[in-house]
Design a protein. Structure first.
Length: 112
């Protein structure tokens, strides 16, 4: 049974809101907590000046946040592709033996 379009849209909106909150927390919290106004100012200028907040935001936190979002999306797409190719909704890397094969490749690359 296909999910109702309204439920799907509501679920997508909730997940997008959670992602937005996580991104804001990733940009503001750290070893030196920054206020939301400092982060928005640093993002608005798009240049690294002498201010610590701009440097921390633009050189450390923005790349880390974007890479985290992209890595999570890539893992989700990889899982969807794996399930689509095998036509098995329960397929994952552990069941398919991909983890063991990846471990062998890592050990081989370390020893060589």
């Amino acid at each position: 049974m296909a999910p109702h379009p309204v439920r799907r849209a509501a679920g997508l909106a909730v997940l997008l809101a959670v992602l937005s909150v996580a991104a804001v927390l990733s940009l503001t919290k750290g070893s030196r907590d920054l206020g939301l106004s400092e982060v928005l100012h640093a993002l608005g200028t798009f240049r690294v000046d002498q201010a610590i907040a701009s440097t921390v935001t633009l050189e450390l936190r923005v790349p880390r946040t974007l890479l985290g979002i992209l890595a999570g999306a890539a893992l989700g797409v990889a899982g969807a592709i794996l399930q689509g190719v095998t036509r098995n909704p329960l397929a994952d890397a552990g069941i398919m033996g991909i983890n063991a094969g990846a471990a062998v490749c890592v050990v081989f690359s370390i020893t060589v």
